[in-house]
Design a protein around this ligand. Structure first.
Ligand SMILES: Nc1ncnc2c1ncn2[C@@H]1O[C@H](COP(=O)(O)OP(=O)(O)OP(=O)(O)O)[C@@H](O)[C@H]1O
Ligand code: SF4
Ligand SMILES: [Mg+2]
Length: 334
């Protein structure tokens, strides 16, 4: 959303459908639906939303682990789909992913040395004789002692395993790391250490992050831009400052109101929105209308487009103009 900077990453109308088989019937869901985002170099774009809204699918589309059915991915000014084989390899070097479950993403029978050396070998970033030194340097930069290199993943703590995942991600000197809930599986005591490590690496290496999280207090702490997803769509997209001061979509307000807050003196919000995400529940109109406390008749008739409310604020809601006031204190997560 930084208008002054050329985006490092932009997506235009990304769409991904999956077929769901139940008995003889085959149903199709659109996991990511017409998603257009922009991420500036050195910035963090956070993606939030309930389980099943399409966050991980978006992460897979951006890292090319999945191919979109429609839309375009532009990285560093060039569409990814028109790149040559060599340029695609460079894209895979420039864009890395860190997942929620470091145990699942690290091959269990490889030692840490092999795991961190693998991306260096694939992308020919170190000669065999230089590999041990380079691996030790990378481990040091994620706060791991050199002797960790000889261990297997099961011989590490959860925090150490996630540091190894981050080491693998930064080994190729990427420009963008997609972080899919990188701290939510970790013990609370190590979460802030890993978050601080990611922030330090961002400063040192000039990284951009696409950061998926359920933790709105964390998003408030780290994000420059916030995107709220609901049933595959972006329903609100704003600078973090604008978003947390006055979210303009009823769903965003409900997410914030139901967000656990660290300070026990403040309200621990009961869910302000009822029901669950219903995949394919609505075929016309606003897809949030069955749960929305502000729904009107026109919400069932017309699907609200994502529209510009301010230079740094887009919202898909017919009644967004009525939600211009800052959040009441009790509903703020700060
Ligand atoms: N490979 C697949 N085949 C079929 N459906 C899929 C596939 N991957 C995801 N989906 C469906 O797409 C939707 C979006 O899934 P996705 O994993 O992107 O959600 P999410 O927002 O990451 O959820 P969570 O917060 O639980 O991780 C869900 O309805 C999911 O069941
Ligand atoms: S368009 Fe209507 S139903 Fe949808 S979020 Fe806005 S008020 Fe609620
Ligand atoms: Mg997910």
């Amino acid at each position: 959303m930084s208008a002054s900077k050329a985006p490092l990453l932009s997506t235009r109308g990304l769409r991904k459908r999956y077929k769901l088989r139940g008995g003889n019937a085959v149903r199709q869901i659109t996991a990511v639906d017409d998603v257009s985002i922009q991420l500036a170099s050195g910035e963090t774009l956070a993606v939030v939303g309930e389980s099943g809204c399409g966050k991980s699918t978006l992460a897979k589309l951006i890292t090319q682990l999945e191919i979109p059915d429609e839309g375009e991915l532009v990285f560093d000014g060039r569409p990814v789909s028109t790149r040559s084989r060599r340029e695609r390899l460079a894209f895979r070097r420039d864009v890395q992913i860190v997942l929620q479950d470091p145990y699942g993403s690290l091959t269990p029978h490889f030692r840490v040395h092999t795991l961190v050396a693998e991306p260096l070998r694939i992308h020919r970033l170190a000669t065999p004789s230089k590999l041990p030194t380079r691996v030790a340097e990378i481990l040091e930069s994620v706060g791991l002692a050199p002797e960790i290199a000889g261990r297997f993943p099961h011989e590490l703590s959860g925090g150490q395993r996630q540091r190894v995942s981050i080491a693998r991600a930064i080994a190729t000197r990427p420009r963008l790391i997609v972080c899919d809930e990188p701290v939510s599986a970790l013990d609370v005591s190590v979460r802030s250490q890993i978050v601080n490590l990611l922030l330090d690496l961002q400063r040192e290496l000039g990284l951009s992050y696409l950061f998926i999280s359920h933790d709105l207090a964390l998003v408030d702490h780290i994000a420059d831009v916030v995107c709220v997803m609901y049933l595959g769509r972006i329903v609100e997209q704003a600078s973090a400052a604008a978003f947390f001061a006055a979210p303009r979509h009823p769903y965003s307000r409900a997410l914030i109101a139901s967000s656990p807050v660290p300070d026990p003196r403040r309200r621990h919000g009961a869910p302000a929105v009822h029901g669950e995400v219903e995949v394919g529940a609505t075929t016309s109109g606003c897809r949030f209308r069955n749960r929305c406390p502000m729904a009107l008749a026109k919400c069932a008739e017309t699907d609200p487009p994502l529209r510009v409310l301010a230079a740094d604020h887009l919202v898909a809601c017919h009644r967004a103009d009525e939600l211009g006031e800052p959040l009441p204190f009790a509903e703020q997560i700060r």
